[in-house]
Design a protein around this ligand. Structure first.
Ligand SMILES: [Zn+2]
Ligand SMILES: [Zn+2]
Ligand SMILES: [Zn+2]
Ligand SMILES: [Zn+2]
Length: 562
């Protein structure tokens, strides 16, 4: 079936599998194309943009995903998760003479928002993090599960004693790396697995003691893909002076030049995949057009399944951890089944529709900021029979009297929430990192945009004055306010960060965390596939790699790995 996207007006295809999925989920087929649907979902969630704000209940200062000028009510985490309220206080009766989504919007604006998205009760000493669950001693770490002593990292699962990492799982003592799994002491590297003591390398598997290497399997004592004896190797390492900032910078730059001349695999992911298409796909099967998914099965158009497992999902953006039959949901995870058109609902969500911030919700329709309730509509609890009758009527009413937004787009039953209902501006929401748009482009589609002004601190030293090695760095460095050599923004070295740097014998960074984070995000491919041909055998392939790279199909790439 071919359709024209309501939003971008491009044609898109809905195949037979998609139609049968919609029939099973009892939803109509979508009216927006896959990319516009993903963009819309990701504009409702915000892990990375955090601000200081006062709690509207206790008055304490709190980190918050809402800006200080956000008009709604925001509670700090202890106040939001506390027992003094459960959301039913805001419950309203559905008025069939009025548009349903308009009534939902009123409820959304009336209920208290949680300052940060965390499973608060599973955290220890991790107050300055967002999008986090089961964390201990983490700091400025976002979208993270089961991590301990992790600093300035994003999209990480089961990471320990590491800093400055992106898209990583089950690794320890790693620094400034992207896309590692089962690694130990891997630094400044990209897409490596089961490796240790590796620096400045890309696509290594089962390697040890390698520097500046690319596309290797089961190798050790290699420098720029050349084999050395153990003694020679450590002699060379000494010459590189990898304990100094200058030494690191020089080898990092040389290795990026060297590795970029080698072919890339058509998609990034693990060899343990069966019938998959997408980017950053691990241990998955029958998974199509997906991005950053692990242990995912029979799914399509999904993103950020960072904790295993997800099964039978379409248009689902995070984060997994035992979910099935999810459709058009964002950040609904941890033991969830049959949820539609919802975001920020966890854990143990069952049969949710048009809901947000429902904790342990079962059979909730159109609920917001509601805790552990069953058979609730607009935060009012019903008996099972009345719930079923009334939800059937609302679905019918939504078809007959759909919400129409300011751009004329129609939101009947089966559509995710209207863009203008998001609490976050486009440049604050997760979407900006994966579907970058300019202010004008975002606003043309009806997304909001808000410039950010950072607090100004007077630096006590410049990044260029930092000592070259950690040995020369006094512990009092944590008291300094350093100005970033790239953007002049003031930043500090955190106590725990210094502890990790000591363990790794690495110098303190002269770039601020924001610049370091942006550089890492620059290194990952975006969730947009294009069709091209393998540079070796000419087979047609789908890839997210930019066009200036040499790209091989999986088969040719496997032959390349030595
Ligand atoms: Zn579209
Ligand atoms: Zn509070
Ligand atoms: Zn900076
Ligand atoms: Zn090929």
């Amino acid at each position: 079936m071919n359709k024209t996207c309501q939003n971008c007006k491009n044609e898109f295809v809905i195949d037979a599998d998609h139609i049968s999925f919609c029939e099973k989920m009892k939803v109509p087929t979508p009216t927006w194309c896959p990319e516009c649907r993903m963009t819309r979902r990701l504009s409702f969630v915000n892990a990375w943009s955090i601000f200081w704000r006062d709690c509207d209940k206790c008055g304490n200062k709190t980190m918050s995903s809402f800006r200080p000028d956000f008009q709604g009510t925001v509670y700090c985490q202890p106040c939001w998760w506390g027992d003094t309220w459960d959301g039913t206080e805001y419950g309203v009766e559905y008025d069939p003479t009025r548009n349903f989504l308009e009534q939902w919007r009123e409820l959304q604006l009336k209920t208290p928002q949680c300052a940060l998205e965390t499973t608060y009760l599973t955290l220890k000493n991790s107050d300055y993090c967002n999008g986090i669950a089961y964390g201990k001693n983490c700091y400025l770490t976002f979208w993270s599960d089961y991590c301990e002593d992790v600093y300035y990292s994003s999209i990480v699962d089961s990471l320990k004693d590491s800093s400055d990492c992106l898209n990583m799982y089950k690794s320890e003592l790693c620094y400034e790396s992207v896309g590692l799994g089962d690694c130990n002491k891997v630094f400044y590297s990209d897409m490596c697995d089961n490796s240790s003591d590796v620096w400045f390398s890309r696509n290594l598997s089962g390697c040890m003691n390698c520097i500046g290497c690319v596309n290797l399997r089961g190798q050790s004592y290699m420098i720029f893909n050349q084999k050395y004896s153990r003694e020679e190797y450590f002699e060379k390492v000494k010459e590189f002076r990898l304990d100094t900032r200058e030494g690191i910078q020089a080898v990092w730059q040389a290795s990026e030049e060297f590795t970029s001349k080698f072919p890339y695999r058509e998609y990034k992911g693990s060899a343990q995949n069966f019938n998959v298409k997408g980017e950053y796909i691990f241990n998955s099967k029958n998974t199509q057009d997906c991005y950053m998914c692990t242990d995912t099965e029979d799914s399509k158009y999904c993103q950020f399944i960072t904790v295993k497992t997800a099964k039978d999902c379409y248009d689902y953006s995070g984060w997994g951890n035992g979910v099935s039959q999810m459709y058009e949901c964002g950040n609904v995870g941890e033991n969830a089944n049959n949820c539609k058109f919802s975001y920020y609902c966890f854990p143990d969500s069952l049969n949710l529709e048009y809901s947000s911030w429902c904790v342990g919700g079962k059979n909730n329709f159109g609920c917001v900021n509601l805790k552990r309730k069953q058979y609730a509509i607009l935060n009012k609890v019903y008996d099972k029979e009345s719930y079923e009758k009334l939800t059937a009527q609302i679905r019918e009413d939504m078809k007959n009297n759909p919400y129409v937004d300011s751009k004329g787009r129609v939101y009947a039953y089966g559509e995710f929430f209207p863009i203008e209902f998001s609490h976050y501006s486009y440049n604050d929401a997760n979407v900006i990192k994966f579907v970058p748009k300019t202010k004008d482009q975002a606003e043309a589609e009806g997304y909001r945009w808000q410039e950010r002004t950072d607090n100004v601190y007077t630096p006590t030293m410049n990044g260029s004055q930092l000592p070259q090695t950690l040995d020369e760095t006094p512990d009092t460095i944590v008291d300094e306010i350093i100005s970033c050599i790239a953007c002049n923004r003031a930043y500090k070295i955190a106590d725990g960060e210094l502890t990790i740097l000591k363990k790794l014998k690495l110098p303190v960074p002269d770039h601020c965390p924001k610049c370091r984070e942006s550089e890492r995000f620059e290194k990952i491919n975006k969730p947009k596939l294009r069709t091209t041909t393998c540079a070796k055998c000419n087979t047609q392939i789908s890839t997210a790699h930019p066009s200036d790279r040499i790209i091989y199909c999986v088969k040719c790439y496997q032959q390349e790995m030595v």
